[in-house]
Ligand binder design. Sequence first.
Ligand SMILES: [Zn+2]
Length: 270
Amino acid sequence: MMESDTRETTLPLLGPDELPPVELVNIDGGGSAVLVCDHASNSVPRRLGTLGLDAGRLADHIGWDPGAADVARRLSAHLDAPLVLSGYSRLVIDCNRPLRSAESIAERSAGVPIPGNRGLSPEEREARIAALFRPYHDAIARLLDGRARRPTLLLSIHSFTPVLNGPLRPWHIGVCYGHDRRLAALLLGALARSGEFAVGDNQPYPIEDDIDYTIPVHGEGRGFPSAMIEIRQDGIHTAAGAAAWAARLAEAYRLIEAEALRLIGSSFTA
Ligand SMILES: [Zn+2]
């Protein structure tokens, strides 16, 4: 059979002793929030070396979302929320990009060439999809399938670099959305209440179907109210900073949870 022939000729990307492609935390959590962290890790499968980059580059924001996994784990504990984290660097394959996107396996990121991503064969691309992208999204899909009758609000947790091609980005945190602004609107109101922080409304970037994958597919695609949280990295580069933002997010979530749960089942198309 054609299909099994293809599989047999594709070497597995991950060795048996390597980190799994997806990590599940508190998967039976009883809260209504489900958390996902697409850019949790800057690990690279051993077979790919360092993608031709030096270690400093991989530790930088182009390799992952520094601090995001720390915030997500703490928020999961606050809200008794299941959490799904990706196990490998976005530079190997970006779990929040459609496979058709040029940024799925980026040849450049924020102006930095990624030598290990140049001129990949279809088999090399498929090995990354099969080993990393699919297991991550299959885990999210299985979790959400299992919650079909439970009220669910989906939050993806990201972090953004304070400076990208210009001046300091002014927002401490952003709440981002695409077609469905319902949950984001509630969270924006709750986060802005203290007046202490600059809260970006669909900043630093909106969710777009051609650029984003996780919220369009698992949130909007299933009709779960959903939003992407983007926290500026200088606020969460220490454990204390991550703890403070996790606590603020938990407080904001609790303020709006009852109202957000009433959105479930209603249409979000205007
Ligand atoms: Zn991210």
